[in-house]
Design a protein around this ligand. Structure first.
Ligand code: ACO
Length: 355
């Protein structure tokens, strides 16, 4: 019995490889740093979905299809819950789409992530949702729908870098959940909603909002040591640090730090974050000398999404906009396996009295 399943191999995949000892992530042949620096969302989608959908086309036709799918998803925005939060709105939006295993459904899930997330952000602020512009890239349009005004090219590229960086990551909890659901042939929509439900937990994709809360609470470099010692003394986990697989620095942290540094006006915040990171790593090493705990993807995710003026309550849904590409690819890979996922358990409950 292995309660966290960390030593269990439950899938063969062509999608990504996480080497936790070397600190290396490969996504379909691409080192994550190169993927983040060079690919757009549409190209990453094309990379991950190639071989799973016959009619996929090239990255340019993907961009056109995604644009059309955003327009179509916008027709459902009126049915989103008004005050249940951004993740709940995305979950609801996805549940209003088709739930089969087709390319159209896959595209509508990726497009819907941008549309429903942006609309939910505006609804939460009491603003009217902004309609998509199908001629834009998904990242540029997502920022425009959220803010109501166009993003700069550098901002759209930074969001591309983030979405590509988080688009796949081996058999993490949400991807495993998506694969289990896909194995029942419930549909890609169900797999994505299941993935999102697993992602929202603070031990998985819910950490970057709390990272910013931590930076704000610390406030100034001179308060860092006292704040961090007190939090660790209370037995709290510091968000953005530690990982189930990585024993060295998560390579996605530096891919994102590089992306955020390209945005103007971010050097002060990055400098503060770097200082906090140094103190946290020092204190974690003192507290857990035998267990290497390093910076994970969520720490610089927080700094990047903040620089893009994305509100904290939308961070997990933005993460899902990237990761849904991986969930759909993994779900399709699992469907092709034609094998229901069904592990066993050991019964430790009461035994019935002999009749
Ligand atoms: N802050 C303080 N202590 C920590 C942290 C942390 N960030 N991470 C681990 N520890 C402690 C654990 O409490 C444990 O201590 P204990 O033995 O006294 O209970 C010890 O270090 C060893 O823990 P692990 O076995 O390494 O933890 P696990 O593999 O179960 O958890 C996890 C990994 C959930 C990511 C954990 O490091 C954590 O909670 N981090 C903070 C939340 C976070 O950043 N989540 C995002 C992860 S990245 C992603 O999913 C996209």
């Amino acid at each position: 019995m292995d309660s966290g399943l960390e030593n269990i191999i439950a899938a063969e995949t062509i999608l990504s490889d996480v080497d936790g000892k070397a600190g290396r992530l490969i996504i379909r042949g691409w080192p994550v740093e190169e993927l983040a620096a060079t690919k757009r969302y549409e190209e990453d989608l094309h990379l991950l979905w190639t071989g799973f959908f016959d009619a996929l086309g090239d990255p340019d036709s993907v961009q056109r299809s995604l644009g059309e799918a955003r327009v179509s998803a916008f027709g459902k925005v009126g049915s989103l819950p008004r005050d249940a939060g951004v993740v709940a709105a995305l979950r609801t939006g996805w549940s209003l789409l088709e739930d089969d295993e087709s390319l159209d459904t896959a595209l509508s899930l990726a497009a819907g992530a941008a549309v429903f997330t942006a609309a939910a952000v505006r609804i939460a602020r009491g603003q009217a949702p902004v309609a998509p512009d199908p001629s834009l890239s998904q990242s540029a349009d997502m920022l425009k729908m959220m803010r109501g005004e166009p993003a700069t090219e550098a901002e759209a590229r930074a969001l591309d870098a983030y979405l590509c960086t988080v688009s796949d990551h081996g058999l993490n909890a949400s991807t495993f959940a998506a694969r289990v659901i896909a194995s029942t042939r419930a549909g890609l929509g169900s797999a994505a909603i299941g993935g999102l439900s697993a992602l929202k937990g603070p031990l998985h994709g819910g950490a970057p909002g709390p990272v910013l809360d931590m930076l704000d609470e610390i406030g100034a470099p001179e308060a860092a040591e006292g704040w961090i010692d007190a939090a660790l003394g209370r037995g709290e986990r510091l968000m953005g640090f530690g990982h189930r697989v990585y024993r060295v620095r998560d390579p996605r942290a530096d891919a994102l730090k590089t992306a955020v540094a390209k945005l103007p006006g971010t050097s002060g915040r990055i400098g503060f974050a770097e200082y906090i990171e140094t103190v946290v790593l020092e204190r974690l090493a003192q507290k857990y000398p035998d267990r290497p705990l390093e910076t994970n993807v969520e720490f610089y995710t927080a700094v990047l999404l903040e620089a893009l003026e994305i509100p904290r309550d939308a961070f997990t849904a933005i993460f899902a906009t990237g990761r849904v590409l991986g969930w759909i690819a993994h779900a399709s890979e699992q469907i092709a396996e034609k094998r229901l996922v069904r592990p066993k358990s050991i019964y430790r409950g009461p035994v019935p009295e002999a009749a």
